[in-house]
Design a binder for this molecule. Structure first.
Ligand SMILES: Nc1ncnc2c1ncn2[C@@H]1O[C@H](COP(=O)(O)OP(=O)(O)OP(=O)(O)O)[C@@H](O)[C@H]1O
Length: 255
């Protein structure tokens, strides 16, 4: 579905990524993790064609939908207007949305549980509500590859769960291929088939989540001890940072 080869990307004349290579099969979910400023947004913008590589290639099969990290609009658009913008590629240059376009938007609003927001002003919504409207905008474009830049960054636990369930459902029931960036390894544990760990602009680890998402690799990625944590009574695990480790004394008390 997507194949990236020997990718080098510059911003402001400086190399940000160099020699990046990975691929994702159709129907997979790739989670992209890395420290602040390592280049996740740069990579994502290159995958969707907004940034041009200095060197290397990005090959994508199928239509791409994109959900940006933070989104504000300059006018008082309603949520319905915002989502309808996702139909643009189906309308032609001077086309206006018809009955079918409204039906498609309403279908996805119902699926996301945001039908009550239809007439609300987009800019007056909370970050989480906006995120769901932007996901609707991407889905109404009837994309095959959905790319999301930190889709859960502004969301509380309940809404994180909602978005993760939705992404999983889009993969399993609708066959979408998904790429998302995140600062939460648990989100990759929950839904990603594949991970890309961006250690630096030139170093990265990629592969199946079960093989690559380990406490050792995450400790390297974040330059901080990361422990695997199991949940009592649940066949689940996550990863937890060991903050302030050097300040914890042998008696277990911290300074
Ligand atoms: N428009 C720009 N011009 C020049 N340099 C830029 C520009 N945008 C980003 N950069 C630089 O590119 C590098 C990567 O930024 P990017 O936003 O891709 O990182 P990120 O991993 O997404 O960070 P975060 O986790 O904080 O969102 C940073 O050093 C940043 O300063």
């Amino acid at each position: 579905m997507i194949e990236v080869r020997n990718l080098t990307v510059e911003r402001g004349g400086k190399p940000i990524l160099s020699g990046y290579e990975f691929s994702l099969e159709a129907g997979g979910i790739l989670a992209v993790l890395g420290a602040n400023g390592v280049g996740k947004t740069t990579l994502i913008n290159t995958l969707i064609g907004v940034l041009k590589p200095r060197q290397g290639t990005v090959q994508v099969k199928g239509k791409v939908g994109f959900v940006p990290q933070l989104f504000e609009v300059p006018f008082a658009y309603s949520c319905l207007d915002i989502a309808l913008m996702g139909r643009a590629r189906h309308l032609g240059l001077f086309g206006s949305p018809g009955k079918k376009d409204f039906e498609i938007v309403r279908h996805y609003f119902r699926m996301l549980g945001i039908e009550s927001l239809e007439t609300h002003a987009f800019n007056a919504l909370s970050g989480g509500q906006r995120q769901l409207v932007m996901i609707a905008q991407a889905l109404v474009s009837e994309c095959e590859l959905l790319v999301l830049d930190e889709p859960c960054a502004a969301l509380d636990y309940k809404n994180q769960d909602k978005v993760l369930k939705l992404l999983h459902q889009l993969q399993t029931e609708h066959g979408l291929t998904i790429i998302f960036s995140t600062h939460m390894p648990q989100h990759a544990v929950e839904i990603a088939t594949d991970v890309l760990l961006m250690t630096s602009g030139t170093h990265f680890m990629r592969g199946k989540t079960v093989d690559v998402l380990t406490s050792e690799n995450l400790s390297t990625l974040y330059d901080l001890p990361i422990a695997r944590a199991n949940f009592d009574g649940l066949p689940k695990h996550t990863f937890a940072p060991v903050f302030r480790q050097q300040e914890v004394r042998n008696d277990g008390r911290s300074d």
